[in-house]
Design a protein around this ligand. Structure first.
Ligand code: SF4
Length: 336
């Protein structure tokens, strides 16, 4: 069977696992194209107005796959970590797609909730395999193989500071030797923590190539995806109250840990217009940075109308502050 995976939302977290899982069950995995103007336009035209930008982009990616696959994989996700939840939009995603997109192939929409069930991911994968006509034994074998490779990939990513950015037509997982030679340690002028949901910061089109632009200014980029989970948990424990949104916890945990334990020159927070969790997390983050740390902070809110020129101007102003503080101008305000 040809199974389509939209290159959006939690693709940036789980694609390596699902690619190995489906292929070891004998299925072919087809990725949608990297986000482009047409995908965004299709997504905007097919989604309800009050959806956030990443959900709109996801719709466009599903449309991109329609005529090339036998089924599209859109799990119904409730929770990806014990005792935590993920945004409710993930729970309703298969229904939103069914109601908004015409001519769909089969949707594989098994539910995933790890809130009270630590082995839930294995059970979820076995259910997916059985839905595709594989036996429990086959699905279990595929799960064990995929989870072992996926865990090695995550360790490699953290150890080598490897960001999950798409490289052209290939996915980040398929590119084994990207050319990072010009970004070696020692050539960086600043350490910049870039915070946001992976689908916002790593999608080159949606983020207007933010990471590459910062790297070209001489910044070493740190994101939650290359920070060890134990450090994120240690940072999150400093919050007055446990944050039960996994993606928000990763953002704040990374910031709190990094600001206290590592050399940092500035923070960029990328949020989506229309995102409830982002507005809460952004507020907590900005208050903490301005009250307890004197760090330059740039807040970027992405929506479908954001223009690249204005975006670049704000980025240049932020880098200008970093430059001037680096040259010892300590009177430069950390907020521009
Ligand atoms: S967390 Fe925010 S950006 Fe992500 S899907 Fe939910 S509303 Fe959209």
């Amino acid at each position: 069977m040809r199974i389509g995976i939209p290159r959006a939302l939690l693709y940036y977290n789980y694609y390596p696992f699902w690619k190995i899982f489906f292929e070891s069950l004998g299925h072919e995995v087809v990725l949608s194209s990297p986000t482009n103007k047409k995908i965004l336009k299709d997504g905007l035209e097919s989604t309800v107005d009050d959806a956030c930008l990443p959900v709109k982009v996801f719709h466009g990616h599903v449309i991109d796959l329609i005529n090339t696959v036998d089924a599209v994989f859109i799990p119904r996700i409730i929770s990806v970590e014990s005792g935590e939840f993920i945004c409710p939009k993930f729970l309703g995603l298969p229904d939103m797609i069914r109601n908004s997109v015409a001519g769909l192939p089969r949707i594989i929409d098994c539910e995933l909730s790890l809130y009270r069930n630590k082995t839930g991911f294995m059970e979820h994968a076995i259910r997916v395999g059985r839905l595709l006509g594989n036996s429990t034994q086959e699905a279990l074998r595929a799960y064990l193989l995929a989870s072992s490779k996926y865990n090695s990939y995550k360790k490699f990513r953290v150890k080598n500071g490897r960001l999950p950015i798409d490289e052209g037509d290939k996915s980040f997982f398929e590119v084994t030797a990207p050319d990072y030679s010009k970004y070696k340690d020692g050539s960086f002028k600043f350490n910049v923590l870039v915070l946001g949901h992976p689908y916002n910061i790593y999608d080159r089109y949606v983020s207007m190539n933010l990471i590459k632009k910062l790297q070209d200014f001489g910044a070493k980029i740190i994101t939650p995806e290359i920070i060890p989970e134990r450090n994120i948990s240690a940072g999150a424990k400093k919050l007055n109250k446990k944050l039960f949104w996994t993606l928000g916890k990763n953002i704040l945990g990374s910031a709190y840990y990094y600001m206290d334990n590592c050399k940092l020159d500035g923070i960029v927070h990328v949020a989506s217009f229309g995102c409830g969790p982002d507005s809460l997390v952004g507020e907590l983050l900005e208050r903490k940075v301005s009250r307890d740390y004197s760090l330059p902070f740039l807040y970027l809110n992405l929506d479908e109308h954001a223009g690249e020129e204005g975006f670049n101007t704000r980025l240049e102003a932020f880098v200008d502050i970093l430059e001037r503080r680096r040259c010892g101008e300590s009177n430069v305000s950390s907020h521009g």
